[in-house]
Design a protein around this ligand. Structure first.
Ligand SMILES: C[S@@+](CC[C@H](N)C(=O)[O-])C[C@H]1O[C@@H](n2cnc3c(N)ncnc32)[C@H](O)[C@@H]1O
Length: 304
C-alpha cells in the first residue's frame, strides 16, 4: 500500500475503544488506506474476520492479501445487505472514519480540492451518475441556497445561489477554475475558507453523506452482538450531531423525550464516550486533518 494514501486519525484511541477479541468479526465501513483495518487485523487471530467497505474502487489497491479480509466495494448504507451476502448476521465491532481520504483529496482529477483545476466531480463512488457540475447546473436556486446554507454554513448562501443561477445561462460552470473565477465577486472573507465551505456543501450533497450515515447508524443495533461496540469518527458538526443523537437516544430526533408520552423509543445502544474523544496536540501537529476529528463510541446493551 502507498504510504501517502492516508494517515489514520485517532488510531490508538479507536482500536482501544473497540475492545477487539481475537476471533471476532469486525467491520471497517471506510477502509481507505487501511490504517485502522491493519491495526484491527494485528489483534485478530486466524479465526478472526474483517469486512472492509469502501465505495471508492481505488481503495481496493490497499487491501492486504489476507484470507481473513473480505472487501466490499460498496456504500456502507448497504451494510446489512452485504454482510448477509457473506453469511454474517452479527458482528463484534463496527468502525467508520467518515469523509474523504487524503488520496481522494490530493488526486487533482477527482475534483474534491479547491487547489487544482479539474472537472467539478467530487464523487467518491464513480459509478454514481450525479457530479458536482450536475448540481451546479441543474439544481433550482432554492435547492442551491439550502445546500450551501445547511451543508457549508456559507454566510451569503442566498446570494451565491442566485449568482450561480444567473451565471450558468451564459457561462460554463463545469470546471473548478471557471467556477471559482466566475464567483470572485460573491466571495465573503478569506477566499480559501469561503471556497472550502462551498466545496464541503457540494461534496456532502454529491455523495449524500448524511443520508448514508443515517442509514448506516440504524443498522448498527441489529448487527452488533450485546456488549460489543461501534466507533465513529466524524469531521464536521452535521455528522457529529447525527452520531451523538443516535448513540444517546436511538433516534435522530433533536428534542428530548416527553415524559408524559408512554411510547418511548427503545435505545439498544449505550454511549461510552460522554464527550467525544479528540486528537492530542501531538497528533494535530503531525496530522492537521486530525484537528476536527471527533470519535464517539457506543456499546450494545446486554438486555433492553
Ligand atoms: C477518511 S477515509 C478512511 C481512512 C481509513 N480509516 C484509513 O485508515 O486509511 C474515508 C474512506 O471512506 C470511504 N467512504 C466514505 N463514505 C463512504 C460510504 N458511504 N460508503 C463506503 N465508503 C465510504 C471513502 O471513499 C474513503 O476512502
Amino acid at each position: 500500500m502507498e504510504q501517502s494514501y492516508h494517515t489514520p486519525v485517532l488510531l490508538q484511541e479507536t482500536i482501544a475503544a473497540l475492545n477487539v477479541v481475537p476471533d471476532g468479526i469486525y467491520v471497517d465501513c471506510t477502509f481507505g488506506g487501511g490504517g485502522h483495518s491493519r491495526a484491527i487485523l494485528e489483534k485478530l487471530d486466524k479465526d478472526g474476520k474483517l469486512v472492509a467497505f469502501d465505495q471508492d474502487e481505488n481503495a481496493r489497491r490497499n487491501i492486504p492479501k489476507d484470507p481473513r479480509v473480505i472487501f466490499v466495494p460498496h456504500n456502507f448504507r448497504h451494510l446489512q445487505r452485504f454482510l448477509k451476502l457473506h453469511a454474517i448476521n452479527v458482528v463484534n465491532g463496527i468502525l467508520a472514519d467518515l469523509g474523504v481520504s487524503s488520496h481522494q483529496f490530493d488526486e487533482a482529477g477527482r475534483g474534491f480540492s479547491t487547489r487544482f483545476d479539474a472537472p467539478l466531480d467530487m464523487r467518491m463512488d464513480q459509478r454514481q451518475p450525479l457530479t458536482a457540475a450536475d448540481i451546479i447546473n441543474n439544481y433550482t436556486e432554492q435547492q442551491l441556497h439550502k445546500m450551501f446554507e445547511q451543508y457549508g454554513e456559507v454566510t451569503n448562501a442566498k446570494t451565491l445561489a442566485k449568482t450561480i443561477v444567473e451565471l450558468r445561462n451564459t457561462q460554463s460552470l463545469k470546471s473548478i477554475d471557471a467556477f471559482k473565477q466566475s464567483l470572485r465577486g460573491v466571495v465573503k472573507g478569506n477566499p480559501n475558507r469561503y471556497f472550502a465551505q462551498v466545496f464541503q456543501a457540494l461534496r456532502i450533497e454529491v455523495n449524500d453523506e448524511l443520508g448514508a450515515l443515517r442509514e448506516m447508524l440504524q443498522q448498527i443495533p441489529p448487527l452488533l452482538k450485546p456488549g460489543c461496540r461501534a466507533a465513529i469518527i466524524t469531521f464536521h458538526s452535521l455528522e457529529d450531531r447525527l452520531v451523538k443523537n443516535f448513540f444517546r437516544r436511538g433516534t435522530f430526533d433533536e428534542t428530548e423525550e416527553n415524559p408524559f408520552i408512554m411510547s418511548k423509543s427503545v435505545n439498544e445502544l449505550k454511549m461510552i464516550t460522554k464527550k467525544p474523544i479528540e486528537a492530542t496536540d501531538e497528533e494535530m501537529k503531525r496530522n492537521p486533518r486530525a484537528r476536527s476529528a471527533k470519535l464517539r463510541v457506543a456499546e450494545k446493551v446486554m438486555m433492553v
